[in-house]
Design a protein around this ligand. Structure first.
Ligand code: NAG
Ligand code: NAG
Ligand code: NAG
Length: 355
């Protein structure tokens, strides 16, 4: 090829451009955080709480947890379930999926590579005593089937963890081993940190523990760090506001303290969108003497290490999960009063709009 001035000049421009900005600038308008708008969607097929929430494609799954025949049923009718259901965002309809092999509440679920991983959780009938089980499973939506995978290693079984995903790895921080559902019963909070590799079906247990025990705690991987925030320590009124981060590219550096969340809460739900970790609700709010639940929506910006309060939840609750699909956050069910009080409310939060 004959080198003309024009070719050389355009190469220079190309090379300079490549050096100056390795990521091409995105000139599309970036959405700005707003106060948020809540939408009511078709309800969960039955009242449901304390289960796991995960999404694959346009489906939002609710997995295990406790169910009740109605919102007014006696506590004795509430039981741990194997139930798996999904909400199809496109058709706005609920469907049953294959149930889990065992009943689990407070399960730890994450979606990786089009499959849902359920890693441990708590087990036990109705409202008595629930204990951690290590059983772990992968759900394949294509075949609608559950397959057992490597269980949580001895001594690390727990439910109600903070969960973060980076590549094939699912990170779990904190959680609880025992929940005795009577006044003064033991709430076994732990500071354990482990991860499960979905490619190799192996667990890693060598991470530094959290600086303190936390269960019913929020978290996500933002950038290259696993953030863990809020949660409680051995009591649903002993909620915490700490935010801790573990740099996944240098885990030997351990957990680093970040900006406290504005409102200490446990039993909160959380979802990640880009650099943001959104947190919703929680249990044990002393300023709500009737239901004792939080309505707070607070968002952490990992690039600024800063929190912002958004508008409140329309249905304040605790004991559920949240998941983001295409920039909107889905919050199914949960408890509308402290302890077991399952709702069938299905909500969608749009953080980019204000009323
Ligand atoms: C749990 O269920 C059993 C029956 O299966 C019932 O006798 C008991 O009262 C229930 N406990 C609670 C706390 O609801
Ligand atoms: C709860 O489920 C267990 C099995 O998962 C069953 O043995 C028990 O009878 C159930 N209790 C109630 C109150 O339905
Ligand atoms: C976080 O909690 C601590 C201890 O309970 C409290 O002293 C502090 O004011 C709280 N910070 C915020 C931002 O709420």
């Amino acid at each position: 090829m004959k080198l003309t001035y024009t070719t050389i000049a355009s190469w220079t421009i190309l090379i300079n451009h490549a050096i100056a900005s390795p990521t091409p600038p995105d000139h599309r308008p970036q959405p700005q955080l707003a106060n948020g708008i809540w939408h009511d969607l078709p309800p969960v097929p039955q009242p449901w709480q304390e289960g796991a929430v995960a999404a694959v494609g346009n489906r939002v799954y609710v997995i295990g947890g406790i169910t009740s025949p109605s919102t007014t049923a006696e506590l004795s009718a509430i039981n741990t379930t194997t139930l798996v259901q999904y909400f199809d965002i496109v058709t706005q309809t609920w469907h049953d999926a294959a149930p889990m092999p065992v009943s689990i509440n407070h399960g730890n679920a994450a979606s990786v590579g089009g499959k849902i991983y359920m890693l441990g959780g708590l087990s036990g009938a109705n409202m008595t005593e629930w204990s951690a089980i290590p059983n772990s499973y992968v759900y394949d939506p294509t075949s609608d089937s559950w397959t057992e995978i490597a269980p949580m290693p001895t001594g690390t079984a727990r439910g109600a963890c903070a969960i973060g995903v980076q590549g094939p790895e699912i990170y779990l921080a904190g959680g609880m081993t025992t929940l005795q559902l009577w006044e003064g019963g033991l709430q076994g909070s732990v500071s354990t940190v482990t991860s499960y590799n979905t490619a190799t079906d192996t667990w890693t247990t060598t991470y530094a523990p959290l600086p303190g025990p936390r269960d019913h705690v929020a978290g996500a991987v933002l950038g290259k760090k696993f953030y863990v925030t809020g949660g409680r320590d051995h009591d649903q009124f002993n909620w915490k506001n700490n935010t801790w981060a573990l740099d996944l590219s240098d885990v030997s550096a351990g957990w680093v303290e970040k900006a406290n969340m504005p409102t200490a809460r446990g039993g909160l739900a959380s979802a990640r969108i880009g650099k943001y970790l959104f947190t919703f609700g929680g249990e044990g709010n002393p300023n709500d003497p009737v239901n004792m639940v939080f309505d707070n929506v607070e968002v952490y910006d990992a690039t600024k290490d800063d929190w912002r309060k958004l508008g409140p939840m329309r249905v304040p609750r605790h004991g559920t999960g949240a998941v983001a699909v295409e920039g909107k956050i889905y919050v199914p069910g949960g408890g509308v009063k402290i302890s077991a009080s399952p709702t069938d409310a299905m909500s969608m939060f749009d953080p980019w709009l204000s009323k």
